[in-house]
Structure formats: structure tokens, C-alpha cells
Design a binder for this molecule. Structure first.
Ligand code: FAD
Ligand code: NDP
Length: 312
């Protein structure tokens, strides 16, 4: 029987692994095998330079940062299984973890399966992915290729407003592309964006195609009402159309919010089932950063340690 099983291998999972291993809990991590379409290591493996993770003043590539975290987890004593967890049974103790290879029993679980940024799958998206198209303005918006350029954000929710506002710090102008004639964002956020002189809103519009030579240069946009098509010049396109938390394997055994994120007790990583903890993007739809994921991974580890001492 395992003390603790960690499901997921992004910054949250590896931080939880480092802490539980150092507490002599001998953790077992399922790092996933292209789970949710993402390599082991998580979302950061899909990006280039990380410039906002403390400790790397020159920046570090996402893949390199995750390799280092993995190495540190193993060095501290974590065992890593390269498999995706297909389902879990947490209706009674000990909990059971099912993967293609085997069924394992455990006293506690840390869920760190992250979330997947939704993509639009417009024409040429794969060609310009990370060459102008990104799903994270806060992460990539400050890169030199975007400075003083015209940038576009797609979406009308709070994330889109936050990302568009953030981009105005670096961009010459930001075009917010909204598919309807209203914003879904809160009234306060709507006011904020409409008062920002660097933002132009393109209502009733959908992007059909990305165009350019080597990097993104233009977008083909259609007006949903008039069906009129036009090209607009932009050097960056940021999707802010929501994320999908990786929680389907839970089969509704844990309390989730309406968008599918795991509900945790405020200020903790505790779920509604004692002994099951959740950290990182799978339970966070607001901050969604590597450092906040790592921080909550540390919290989960400390809470597991206390739980095992007192209850298990
Ligand atoms: P994730 O990184 O999502 O990792 C979860 C892992 O769990 C994945 O490997 C997944 O395959 C695995 N998994 C899922 N389901 C299962 C399962 N059933 N069994 C086993 N494994 C499973 N943040 C920053 O701070 N700075 C940046 O510069 C930055 N750039 C970004 C660029 C892009 C393009 C994207 C998409 C995000 C970026 N972020 C950045 C956000 C950051 O990547 C996330 O906040 C962070 O990775 C979340 O970490 P996590 O550990 O919660 O989950
Ligand atoms: P939301 O689901 O709230 O908004 C997604 C937006 O993307 C909507 O405007 C939606 O349009 C649009 N969209 C979805 N699919 C497409 C598509 N295929 N083409 C074009 N547009 C599309 O997601 P968010 O990430 O913005 O927010 C998620 C949650 O997090 C919300 O509860 C939000 O309040 C919260 N949040 C809060 C913040 C804060 O308070 N500071 C910051 C960020 C998020 P439509 O409206 O037409 O459906």
C-alpha cells in the first residue's frame, strides 16, 4: 500500500513530490502519457521561454524547467510511473488508482492533473503556434516579438479582459475579438476595457485563418452578422476562450464547480473527501501560473503529511 500517490507531473505535481519525498513518504507519481494531449511535464512543455519563474534571471525554456523539476523529484526519492491514470476509486479506503498497467492502493492522493487551454483550431494555427499564436498572454505577452506591435485577443470573458489589459503594457494597440455583441465579463471588467484607450473591440467577429510568412502577420476575420470578411494586421494572437480542467477521470466522485474544476476548501488543498487533495490548475481558474501551481503543490504535500500523521 502506498502512502501517497501524485497524479500529474506539472509544477504542482513535482513540488508535491519533492516535499513528500523529503518527508520520507516515498511518493509514487503518475506522470501521464500524453494525458489531455500534453506531454509529461505539463503545460510548460508546450511553450518556449519562461521569464517569470523566480530563480532564472536569464529565462529558461519550459521543457528545461520541467526536466529539472523531474530530476529533483527523483533525486529526493520520488518513484515516477510513465502512465496515465484512467480512473480512481475513492468511495472507500484504501483508495484505488487504475492505470493501463495495474491497480494500486494508497492511503492518500494528490491530484495535480492541470488544465488544458482551449484552442480554436483556426486554419494555419499549428504553423503559427508559438510564432505569434499563444494561449497565455501573461506568460508570453512580454516577449520581445510582441513589444510595440498590434496584438489581438479572442474572447469576451474575464480572462480575455485581463489578458488584453495586461498586453496594453507592451503593445502598440490591442484588438479584442468578440464573437457576440456583448461581453461575458463582469461589469467592472467591461468598464475597465471600454475605458482603455489602447484597446479596440471588434464585435460579432470570428477569426478564420492565420496568415504570414515565417511569423504571424495577419488574421482573416469574418463578421458573424454581415458575413463580411477582412484581414487585419496583427503580430500576436492570444486565445482567452477558457480552459478545460483535466477531471473527467474522476467520474464525479469529487465535488467540482460548474466548469469542472475541483472544489477545495478555501486556503487549503483539501477536497470534499478526506485524504484526497488537489493542487495547481486543476483547482485554480484564476491565477493559473507555474509559481502558484508549485505553491499549492507544496501546500498539498504538507497537508498530506499532517493527514497521514493524524488520521491514516
Ligand atoms: P499542468 O502543467 O497542466 O500539468 C499537469 C500534468 O498532468 C500534465 O502533464 C498532464 O499530462 C498530466 N495529467 C493529466 N491528467 C492525467 C492523468 N489522468 N494521469 C496522469 N497524468 C495526468 N505559467 C507561468 O508561470 N509562466 C509562463 O511563462 C507560462 N507560460 C505558459 C505558456 C503556455 C502556452 C501555457 C498553456 C501555459 C503557460 N503557463 C505559464 C501556465 C502554466 O503552464 C500552468 O499554470 C502550470 O503548468 C500549471 O501547472 P499544473 O502542475 O497545475 O498542471
Ligand atoms: P469564460 O468561459 O468566462 O469566457 C470564455 C469566453 O470565450 C466567452 O466570452 C466566450 O464567448 C468566448 N469563447 C468561447 N469559445 C469561443 C470560440 N470558439 N470562439 C470565440 N469565442 C469563444 O472563461 P474565462 O477564462 O474568461 O473565465 C473562466 C472563469 O474564471 C470565469 O468564472 C471568470 O469569471 C473567472 N475569472 C475571473 C477573473 C477575475 O475575477 N479577475 C480573471 C479570470 C477568470 P461567449 O461569451 O459568447 O460564450
Amino acid at each position: 500500500m502506498e502512502n501517497v500517490i501524485i497524479i500529474g507531473s506539472g509544477p504542482a505535481g513535482h513540488t508535491a513530490a519533492i516535499y513528500t519525498a523529503r518527508a520520507n513518504l516515498y511518493p509514487l507519481m503518475y506522470e501521464g502519457m500524453m494525458a489531455g494531449g500534453i506531454s509529461a511535464g505539463g503545460q510548460l512543455t508546450t511553450t518556449t521561454d519562461i521569464e517569470n519563474f523566480p530563480g532564472f534571471p536569464e529565462g529558461i525554456s519550459g521543457a528545461e524547467l520541467m526536466n529539472r523539476m523531474r530530476e529533483q523529484s527523483i533525486k529526493c526519492g520520488t518513484r515516477i510511473e510513465t502512465a496515465t491514470v484512467d480512473k480512481i476509486d475513492i468511495r472507500e479506503k484504501p483508495f484505488k488508482i487504475f492505470s493501463e498497467k495495474r491497480i494500486v492502493e494508497t492511503k492518500s492522493i494528490i491530484i495535480a492533473t492541470g488544465a488544458t487551454a482551449k484552442r480554436l483550431n483556426i486554419k494555419n494555427e499549428d504553423i503559427f503556434w508559438q510564432k505569434g499564436i499563444s494561449a497565455c498572454a501573461v506568460c508570453d505577452g512580454g516577449l520581445p516579438i510582441f513589444r510595440q506591435k498590434i496584438l489581438a485577443v479572442i474572447g469576451g470573458g474575464d480572462s480575455a479582459i485581463e489578458e488584453a489589459t495586461y498586453l496594453t503594457k507592451f503593445a502598440h494597440k490591442v484588438i479584442l475579438i468578440v464573437r457576440r455583441d456583448v461581453l461575458r465579463a463582469s461589469k467592472a471588467m467591461q468598464k475597465k476595457i471600454q475605458e482603455n484607450p489602447k484597446v479596440e473591440i471588434l464585435w460579432n467577429s470570428n477569426v478564420l485563418e492565420a496568415l504570414g510568412e515565417n511569423v504571424l502577420e495577419k488574421l482573416l476575420v469574418v463578421n458573424n452578422k454581415t458575413k463580411e470578411k477582412k484581414t487585419i494586421e496583427v503580430r500576436g494572437l492570444f486565445y482567452a476562450i477558457g480552459h478545460t480542467p483535466n477531471t473527467t477521470f474522476l467520474e464525479n466522485q469529487l465535488d467540482l464547480d460548474e466548469a469542472g474544476y475541483i472544489k477545495t476548501k478555501p486556503g487549503t488543498t483539501k477536497t470534499n473527501i478526506e485524504g484526497v487533495f488537489a493542487c495547481g490548475d486543476v483547482q485554480d481558474k484564476v491565477y493559473r501560473q507555474a509559481i502558484t501551481a508549485a505553491g499549492s503543490g507544496c501546500m498539498a504535500a504538507l497537508e498530506v503529511e499532517k493527514y497521514l500523521e493524524e488520521k491514516a
